[in-house]
Design a protein around this ligand. Structure first.
Ligand SMILES: Cc1cc2nc3c(=O)[nH]c(=O)nc-3n(C[C@H](O)[C@H](O)[C@H](O)COP(=O)(O)OP(=O)(O)OC[C@H]3O[C@@H](n4cnc5c(N)ncnc54)[C@H](O)[C@@H]3O)c2cc1C
Length: 443
């Protein structure tokens, strides 16, 4: 039920693993969206960044992203703060982060030059033998050890296993709570996405192949990014109940206007939406003959939701094929993967709590900028702050790993030194040698 990344990857792995052990399975995927159509009919509303670790994991599974799906390879990040900005290159100097569209592009798109990421994953499960049913599930019940599903036009079908991958932006969550499945949905919060048509050349000129991230002192804003795509840029705001007032404050911030073209009209987006995001997991992401995957179950806090859907899909498929489909099977073999994510999110919450403090303390922001600038200028490989920022922005490493790196004595000593300098010399230019190369700008 649901053919976004979690549903399609689960289907793909389930059929692949079953084939390898000689089990003959019939899998139906209920998915009402047509990913070949532009938003809102074909879009699953997201920033469209495919993390470095997910690009690698998918490649290991033999799933490569075709050139028409990857709109832009992101090779660096530019971190914007009120105290200045710094470019952080991919530590490995390879373009392995992909910027994609989940559907076929924003509302009003004229030329269909690019393919849909979700559509690509769906085609993989289709090729494995799944039957794609382009309708949404409207009724659901459990009886005599079978799960019964009905759509608006089709007769009721019964199944041995129901994999729920509906995400959180759907009325299906109410349907699931009413059915006899012991399901409580995850906690969610409202986010904001806007798409602006700028044209490829303007994007190259002003944003390049960098994702632009913002650490600004705007209450309730945890993270904001401008992601260059083909002809459009995507602006994403995550935080606590993002509303139009907060969005307007952000879009009019000098740091944001400074990296967009001078004639950019912030109030004229080509497409916009306010999807909800999972911020605390569903308490019980499984039951007898039912498993909840991706956003409607357990995902990663704020980052790499598609990577989290991949991990959940694989763990659930291997449980079903190699162990069984009872609640006990999912508890023993699927729950540990979910717990790992939930525990990591707890550490993520601590990191985001520190980020909130950093957003309030100017001298710490200056210290971070100075430290990252120094590392970016240096030829040696010791780039502790850059790696921490890179992994925080890309979601490529678990929060635990990032947090442990920030506890390293050398990292802490440097941060204290730069903080001390920033306190004593609050308006000193950072790394004058880098000024003018446009890699670092200080205010
Ligand atoms: C603002 C924002 C930005 C984000 N940016 C990123 C990012 O850059 N990178 C990243 O990795 N993650 C990002 N995420 C998270 C990412 O979008 C999700 O983690 C990911 O989409 C989860 O996939 P899913 O398959 O669980 O759910 P979804 O992608 O939501 O897919 C659910 C599918 O279920 C279908 N469905 C719903 N109801 C029914 C029904 N009744 N019957 C049948 N089908 C149904 C829907 O049509 C949909 O296709 C972002 C999220 C938000 C809110």
């Amino acid at each position: 039920m649901g053919g976004g990344p979690a549903g399609s990857l689960f289907t793909y792995f389930l059929l692949d693993m079953a084939e390898r052990v000689g089990i003959d399975l019939n899998v139906d995927v209920y998915e009402p969206r047509d990913f070949s159509r532009p938003a809102p009919h074909g879009c699953n509303m997201c920033g469209g960044i495919i993390s470095e670790s997910l690009v690698q994991n998918l490649a290991t599974e033999g799933i490569n992203l075709p050139a028409n799906i990857v709109q832009r390879g992101i090779d660096s990040y530019c971190m914007h703060m009120d105290v200045g900005e710094v470019y952080i290159d991919n530590p490995l100097f390879e373009k392995r982060i992909a910027a994609v569209y989940r559907g076929s592009g924003p509302k009003g798109i004229k030329e269909m030059k690019w393919g849909s990421f979700d559509g690509h994953l769906q085609s993989l499960s289709d090729k494995k033998g799944a039957c794609i049913i382009d309708e949404k599930v409207t009724e659901l019940r459990r009886q005599d050890g079978r799960i019964f599903i009905k759509t608006k036009t089709r007769t009721e079908q019964s199944y041995a296993l129901l994999a729920v991958a509906t995400g959180v932006n759907t009325a299906a969550l109410k349907l699931l709570q009413k059915a006899d499945l012991d399901y409580k949905p995850p906690q969610t919060t409202k986010t904001a996405i806007r798409e602006y048509l700028l044209g490829t050349e303007t994007i190259e000129k002003y944003l390049g192949t960098s994702m632009h991230v913002f650490l600004l002192d705007i209450p309730r804003l945890t993270f904001a990014a401008i992601i260059p795509k083909g002809d459009y840029v995507t602006i994403c705001l995550l935080g606590d109940k993002i509303d139009s007032e907060l969005l307007e404050t952000f879009l009019n911030a000098p740091e944001v206007k400074g990296c967009m073209p001078p004639d950019w009209q912030w109030d004229k987006p080509a497409c916009q939406c306010s999807p909800r995001m999972n911020v605390a997991p569903a308490p019980l992401p499984y039951g007898d003959q039912v498993v909840f995957l991706g956003d409607c179950g357990v995902t990663r806090l704020y980052k790499d939701g598609i990577g989290a859907a991949y991990r959940a899909a694989k763990a659930a498929a291997s449980t079903a094929v190699f162990h069984g489909i009872s609640a006990e099977d999912f508890r023993s073999h699927y729950l540990p993967a979910c717990r790992k994510m939930t525990n990591d999110n707890r550490i993520g919450m601590v990191i985001f709590w520190f980020t909130k403090i950093i957003q309030r303390l100017r001298f710490v922001r200056r210290a971070i900028l100075a430290m990252a600038a120094k590392e970016q200028e240096s030829a040696d490989n010791d780039k502790a702050m850059s790696m921490v920022l890179w992994d925080m922005f890309t979601g490529s490493a678990p929060y635990r790993e990032i947090f442990l790196r920030t506890l390293h004595p050398v990292y802490l000593a440097r941060l204290f030194w730069h903080s001390f300098m920033a306190l004593i010399f609050p308006s000193r230019k950072i790394k004058p040698g880098l000024e003018g190369t446009e890699r670092v700008t200080t205010v």
